[in-house]
Design a protein around this ligand. Structure first.
Ligand SMILES: *Cc1c(COP(=O)(O)O)cnc(C)c1O
Length: 356
């Protein structure tokens, strides 16, 4: 038996895991500093851990009420109707739900280059063709409506990442609004705010009241430290919010994820620690790395180091795992996640030694 032709589908390559690297190098995983996947270095919210432990005995039942509870809490936080909150398996799941809702075979989408690998993957697996708009290194990866509109030709979905992964650059809110007004009413502007908690820029959430071609992606993987549970959501305009029940996989988000998410969004102390810690680490890396860096609105910094593959390999030998950005089309850059204070200091020291 053969699959359909998937030769145009590029496999997703995640940042390498601690266990994987430790096994390869024959090191103790606890001694490794893993700053390659933008995870929360402080771990999950303690309230979420407790909630999961308590809920463990209930996992034989479908997550009906836990799903409703989390959706309700998110709706309240954003002042939207619960139907406008699409709970999904990770933020990535929201990308798939949007693909399912909007894409026909022969549709085209417009994604950033460099950019997050799952936009093209999701669109392609739903039959669409992928065009790209370029964020240029020469202009500091600047994001504006114009940069996108230059490449726009009626595509069905435009992906905007702000703060952007892997560059850290941001699209100002007025530029997102301009984009929403200047494209066709049949073009969705999907604003990916996976790193939204780490920036001072306001969310694009306000636009979904006025425009029915804007949606916002958020996730529990980054600030809330729940990457292992796979839970995210989209905020969508009222106009098409009811599509969710037609395209949703039954009980798509698991019970423990719903319960942990509910505990985490109310854990202000954990959120503050995470956001403040990331700010400190960003500033420290900008100041102390012996390599050019770009301003970042996220919990990571992009640095220009020359041969990124060689540098990432050499730091890994020293127990510091960072992301070689060759797969993003930036073979001279690495992305370093904000760690705890001691992890960040170790990483900077190690990278600087390697660069010497
Ligand atoms: C991490 C991330 C997401 C969502 O990740 P999930 O773990 O699936 O929630 C979405 N977009 C970008 C740009 C990301 O970096």
């Amino acid at each position: 038996m053969e699959t359909r032709d998937l030769s145009a589908h590029v496999p997703y390559r995640a940042g390498r895991g601690v266990e994987e690297v430790a096994r390869e190098l024959g090191l103790d995983p606890d001694g490794l500093v893993k700053l390659s996947s933008n995870e929360n270095p402080f771990g999950p919210s303690p309230a979420a851990i407790e909630a999961v432990q308590e809920a463990a005995e209930q996992i034989h039942t479908y997550p009906k009420s836990s799903h409703t509870d989390l959706t309700g809490a998110i709706a309240e936080q954003w002042s939207v109707d619960p139907t406008q909150v699409w709970l999904t398996p990770g933020g990535d799941g929201f990308l798939d739900y949007v693909s399912r809702t909007f894409l026909h075979e022969s549709d085209r989408v417009l994604a950033p280059d460099p950019g997050f690998a799952y936009y093209p993957m999701s669109a392609r697996s739903h039959g669409a063709t992928v065009d790209q708009y370029r964020l240029s290194k020469e202009s500091g990866f600047e994001q504006s409506a114009e940069v996108v509109l230059d490449a726009y030709d009626g595509q069905r979905i435009i992906y905007v990442t702000t703060p952007h992964n892997p560059t850290g650059s941001e699209m100002p809110p007025e530029e997102i609004e301009r984009l929403a007004t200047e494209v066709s009413e049949e073009t969705l502007v999907l604003v990916d705010e996976a790193y939204g908690k780490f920036t001072d820029q306001p969310s694009a959430r306000s636009l979904i009241d006025e425009y029915d071609n804007v949606a916002v992606l958020r996730t529990f993987s980054k600030t809330y430290g729940l990457a292992g549970l796979r839970v995210g959501y989209g905020l969508v305009p009222e106009a098409w919010a009811d599509a969710y029940d037609r395209i949703n996989t039954p009980f798509a988000v698991n019970k423990l994820a719903c319960i942990a998410g509910l505990a985490a969004i109310e854990d202000d102390e954990h959120i503050e620690r995470t956001v403040e810690g990331s700010r400190w680490a960003r500033e420290y890396m900008h100041a102390e790395l012996d390599a050019p860096t770009w301003p970042s609105g996220g919990n990571f910094v992009l640095a220009e180091v020359g041969d990124a593959a060689a540098v990432a390999d050499a730091t890994q030998q020293e127990g510091v795992i960072i992301r070689d950005c060759s797969s993003f089309g930036l073979p001279d850059c690495v992305r370093i996640t904000c760690g705890t204070e001691s992890q960040t200091r170790t990483a900077v020291e190690t990278i600087n030694e390697v660069l010497e």
